[in-house]
Design a protein around this ligand. Structure first.
Ligand SMILES: Nc1ncnc2c1ncn2[C@@H]1O[C@H](COP(=O)(O)OP(=O)(O)O)[C@@H](O)[C@H]1O
Ligand SMILES: [Mg+2]
Length: 288
């Protein structure tokens, strides 16, 4: 086949030998099967920012560090330099996330580097050796759905323990190999500790998976994994192998606004009393 733009340089540099065939071309990236010697890999070529809904990036990039303050300012201002920097950050984020998650024991494709805007990674295959289907492409039994839900919640926990939230997790971004679900498509992974939208993103990821698995095992729709996971995370009790229940008791006292206002009023009166005491003591002192 004619070598697609973006991959020619990798051939010239000897990083890959040939492009075998396109695998999928989505909104944001085109994925190819490529050969490096005897091994076959996936090459993900990112489309340019204009076609990707650049304006939606802000939500994800909050808290992501740019290299220098000039870069950070430029990213904020969306100048031309900013756009370029932001695109670079976007592209690198997926590679960084794959390395980090692979090291943390999350089932993701093994990354083999990022060259000239192209991510090279392991091909996830089904039991016949063909590129694996997405969760969305298969019919599940209730038992499978329960198993996948449990497994994917544990993967979300592992990701969070490694500091990351996927941010676009759904049945479209999970592949099924012979050993179960593998998570893909992470250019928008967010830093859990510094992003103000972190909980909302975690909740959306959890809800997407739950809605999919809940189609086959409806009792899953009653679970509250997002709250359970977030509470453990915030109280520093979350561990990669934390056992989850899917249950969460919402704290009623949190909604006790009157109680809080009363406490504030009592504190204010107490402060006033103390101040009066100080004033009186000073007046007495002054009169001596
Ligand atoms: N490592 C991989 N192994 C097998 N198939 C892959 C791999 N990475 C991506 N794909 C295929 O390419 C499609 C698009 O990849 P993805 O990373 O989800 O990009 P996007 O959704 O942004 O276009 C996936 O749905 C999947 O079918
Ligand atoms: Mg995708």
């Amino acid at each position: 086949m004619k070598t697609p733009p973006g991959l020619q340089e990798l051939i010239e540099d000897g990083i890959i030998d040939e492009v075998i065939r396109p695998l999928k071309s989505g909104k944001e990236a085109a994925v190819y099967l490529v050969a490096s010697g005897a091994v076959i890999r996936c090459a993900k070529v990112y489309k340019d920012a204009n076609k990707r809904g650049f304006h939606k990036l802000a939500e994800y990039q909050e808290g992501r560090k740019a290299r220098g303050s000039r870069d950070a300012r430029a990213m904020g201002k969306r100048s031309r330099h900013g756009r370029k920097e932001q695109e670079a950050a976007w592209k690198n984020a997926e590679v960084d996330a794959l390395y980090r998650l692979d090291a943390a024991g999350v089932r993701v494709p093994k990354p083999y580097g990022f060259f000239n805007g192209v991510l090279l990674m392991e091909v996830i295959t089904d039991e016949h050796g063909d590129p694996a289907p997405r969760l969305n492409d298969v019919q599940a039994t209730p038992e499978q759905a329960r198993e996948w839900q449990k497994f994917l919640m544990s993967q979300i926990v592992r990701m969070l323990c490694a500091g990351l939230i996927h941010g676009d997790l759904s049945e479209y971004n999970v592949l099924l190999d012979a050993n179960g679900p593998v998570i893909i498509d992470l250019p928008q992974a967010v830093d859990a500790a510094s992003n103000n939208n972190a909980f909302a993103m975690l909740q959306r990821d959890v809800d997407n998976i739950t809605a999919y698995c809940g189609r086959y095992a409806p009792e899953l729709l009653e679970t509250e994994y997002a709250y359970e996971i977030w509470k453990l995370f915030q109280t520093r009790k979350l561990r990669p192998d934390s056992e989850l229940t899917g249950l969460f008791v919402h704290d009623e006292t949190e909604a006790d606004v009157d109680g809080v206002l009363l406490q504030i009023e009592e504190a204010r009166q107490e402060a006033e009393r103390r101040q009066r005491g100080r004033d009186e003591a000073e007046a007495a002192h002054g009169a001596e």
